[in-house]
Design a protein around this ligand. Structure first.
Ligand code: GTP
Ligand code: MG
Length: 223
């Protein structure tokens, strides 16, 4: 089983080194999908022996869609480049994925002190609640960007979002397509470097996307 890590990056020189070093013992290869970083993100990545996929088109979802197409692996681990997600459970969760025949693990974040601001926390709660009501599911954290999953399921999945709503979209589609989905906890800390997410703008956009997905894009793949 080849396991790779895929990390979207946009000017993350403060966090990327820490994240790559922590991931090295857990995965076979590490890739960043970089969007026009003008800081030392690429230089640090190269020095630490990780690979770089270039995606100049903007957007978190765009970066993942390009990354998914470019890598060859049996299992993909995703997370942010900002050092916010704890990597301590990755090995254990990889074992679980294989042993328990799970298709997709989404890591729900356990917020440590100061890890996110108040508005971000409320936004996250509202979006998760809206996701659960609209789709009749019971997620703990619809916005988590840390996933561990089998690459083969991507071929049955139509993913539309190019932006932050990609994170909720992938979980909803996986669950609705009846893949074996599990949420498992990870620690979450204050990010290193400057946030790319705008709490208000991206919050509203993610909420609108839920309605779009529910009423317009209701084309889940058949299992
Ligand atoms: N390639 C690429 N990466 C991006 C883009 N926007 C954000 N990212 C990366 O995607 C990850 C998530 O972005 P963040 O700013 O951390 O968003 P967030 O985790 O929801 O918000 P915070 O809690 O403030 O960290 C980070 O690693 C970013 O560098 C983009 O347009 N292109
Ligand atoms: Mg982040």
């Amino acid at each position: 089983m080849k396991v790779i890590a895929l990390i979207p990056t946009k000017n993350e020189e403060q966090g990327i080194g820490k994240v790559i070093k922590e991931l090295k013992p857990c995965v076979d290869e590490i890739y960043i999908v970089d969007c026009n970083s003008t800081d030392r993100t690429r230089e640090i990545t190269r020095k630490l022996g990780a690979k770089i996929i270039l995606e100049p088109r903007k957007g978190y979802g765009r970066a993942y869609k390009t990354g998914f197409k470019k890598v060859k692996a049996d299992i993909i681990v995703t997370l942010d480049a900002d050092g916010s997600y704890s990597t301590r459970k990755i090995k254990k969760y990889l074992e679980l994925l294989i042993e328990k025949n799970i298709d997709f693990i989404s890591c729900n974040r356990i917020f440590k002190e100061k890890s996110i601001g108040f508005s971000h926390k409320i936004g996250n709660r509202v979006l998760t609640l809206a996701t659960n009501i609209l789709f009749g599911i019971s997620l703990k954290d619809s916005q988590s960007g840390m996933w561990i999953f089998k690459t083969k399921l991507l071929k049955d999945l139509k993913l539309e979002s190019d932006v932050m709503s990609f994170s909720e979209e992938i979980k909803i589609r996986i669950i609705k397509a009846n893949f074996r989905f599990k949420e498992l906890p990870v620690g979450y800390y204050e990010r290193l470097g400057r946030a790319k997410l705008n709490t208000f703008r991206d919050g509203i956009s993610n909420l609108l996307f839920l309605f779009k997905l529910k009423f317009l894009l209701n084309s889940y793949p058949k299992q």
